[in-house]
Design a protein around this ligand. Structure first.
Ligand SMILES: Nc1ccn([C@@H]2O[C@H](COP(=O)(O)OP(=O)(O)OP(=O)(O)O)[C@@H](O)[C@H]2O)c(=O)n1
Ligand SMILES: C[C@](O)(CO)[C@H](O)COP(=O)(O)O
Length: 242
């Protein structure tokens, strides 16, 4: 796919939501867990749908739930920015690659966001997008505040890792469209990166970190759902549109 040269930045957002949510230990995929009265993935999509910077959303879902997502989230939720709903793969990498293949050629920038991070805000997207326009890409992150230990298989500490210069990064991660497409093409098949900035780094691109948001948590285990509910409730008390 080629990307047109144009003056105005144009952001396409891939939502990686094809995982099974095995760590949530629920009877169904975590995308359907209830959060604030909606499906978790529905909350994420609503946030992106109402964001002025996001021009199109490519939703990557588990192959077994495409029909349900289409009906319960896209049609019922009026997610008009979702231009494509496609099947993901067995790994996050495969799901992102499927999304990249489907991006509109108008996109100057491609964002990649976890379906499991419903508390993303427009302020955060704006911050990352602005920084991405001055580099090959940008990601939100926070400096690590706990002390870090390396631990062996028996649970014994082997050493203490300096936390100086260590940041914990989140999504959305936003890159130049040509950069992220090239970076994935160059990535050796056997590598399974845990985020997309790692793919850019491996290809020699420069990625800027901007201040992330403490509340932009990834829903991974049941406890995260309770925390997310509390954050949503607090936002509702302070902002009308939450
Ligand atoms: N094959 C995969 C695996 C993960 N993801 C997405 O990547 C995001 C981050 O992954 P994670 O939170 O680990 O989700 P799961 O892989 O679903 O969770 P688990 O590891 O507990 O099974 C999620 O939105 C998930 O849906 C994906 O699109 N395709
Ligand atoms: C992409 C990510 O959310 C950045 O923190 C994270 O690496 C995803 O990890 P997971 O193991 O796929 O949940």
């Amino acid at each position: 796919m080629s990307h047109q040269l144009q003056d105005q930045p144009w952001l396409a957002m891939i939502v990686a939501a094809a995982g099974t949510g095995s760590r949530m230990k629920m009877g169904q995929h975590k995308q359907f867990a209830t959060l604030g009265g909606m499906a978790l993935l529905g909350v994420t999509l609503k946030q992106l749908q109402q964001d002025p910077n996001v021009k199109e959303i490519i939703l990557v879902s588990h192959p077994s739930e495409l029909a349900r997502v289409q009906q319960e989230m896209l049609v019922s939720g009026h997610m008009t920015k979702v231009t494509q709903l496609i099947a993901g793969g067995a790994s996050r990498r495969e799901s992102v690659e499927a999304g990249l293949a489907a991006v509109n050629c108008r996109a100057t920038h491609i964002g990649i966001h976890d379906g499991a991070r419903p508390l993303v805000t427009s302020a955060l997207i704006q911050r990352v997008f602005q920084a991405a326009q001055k580099a090959d890409g940008a990601v939100p992150g926070l400096p690590v505040t706990d002390t870090l230990k390396r631990v062996d298989d028996e649970g014994k500490i082997t050493d203490t890792v300096s936390r100086e210069q260590l940041w914990s990064v989140q999504t959305p991660q936003i890159f130049t469209a040509t950069g992220i497409q090239q970076a994935y093409e160059r990535l050796p098949r056997e590598i399974a990166p845990t985020d997309d900035a790692a793919v850019m780094e491996a290809a020699g691109f420069s990625v800027q970190v901007v201040t992330g948001c403490n509340d932009n948590i990834k829903i991974t285990v049941q406890e995260d759902l309770r925390r997310a509910e509390a954050i949503m409730e607090s936002r509702r008390r302070h902002h009308e549109n939450w």
